[in-house]
Write a protein that binds this ligand. Sequence first.
Ligand SMILES: Cc1cc2nc3c(=O)[nH]c(=O)nc-3n(C[C@H](O)[C@H](O)[C@H](O)COP(=O)(O)O)c2cc1C
Length: 189
Amino acid sequence: MELMDALYKRRSVRAYTFQKVDKATIETLLAAAVQAPSAMNTQPWVFGIVQDRDLLQQWSDRAKKFELDRMTPESPLYEHRSAFEDPNYNIFYDASTLIILYARPVTAWAAEDCCLAGQNLMLAACHLGLGTCVIGLARAWLNQPEVKRELGVPEEYEAVFPVILGYPREPAKPVPRNAPEVLFWRQSA
Ligand SMILES: Cc1cc2nc3c(=O)[nH]c(=O)nc-3n(C[C@H](O)[C@H](O)[C@H](O)COP(=O)(O)O)c2cc1C
């Protein structure tokens, strides 16, 4: 698949088959991720990988409870609270794999660098016929000090980009895009 094809074909996938993603494929994706640019080439990304559906189901339950407990009517997620109360809603959509990109706080740009690496990973996955979806909902829970301790993640590292990965159950539906809004475009006469 050409780069432009992958750019246009990548869509968030929220339904996966039970086929596991093998280790070599994940290593290929991590190698693609670390080709991303980073501020002063600091490469602040560190990866956490989970390939255990039962564990991800438990994490989903814990993350939903965490979000529900701190939700207020002002919260942007408040209108979706019934989803968080639904025991059948798994925030990781039963994907076989979760990859979390953590940022080492080496520059002020560490989080942005990790997002660039995450996008590389998603495009490479698309190229290989895999589906992905960023799971922002997991981030606040993953950054709880007790969760970091449990996973052996240094306290100063920040979970920036949790992304699920797996073989799509069906072709992803198109998602519309607005036309680019150009605020200014100054040119010489
Ligand atoms: C930072 C970020 C956080 C996201 N968090 C979630 C999430 O928690 N759950 C989810 O289903 N999709 C999540 N998404 C996926 C977006 O909903 C999706 O990218 C958007 O609707 C556009 O669709 P597309 O990715 O198929 O083009 C997230 C995407 C981004 C970039």
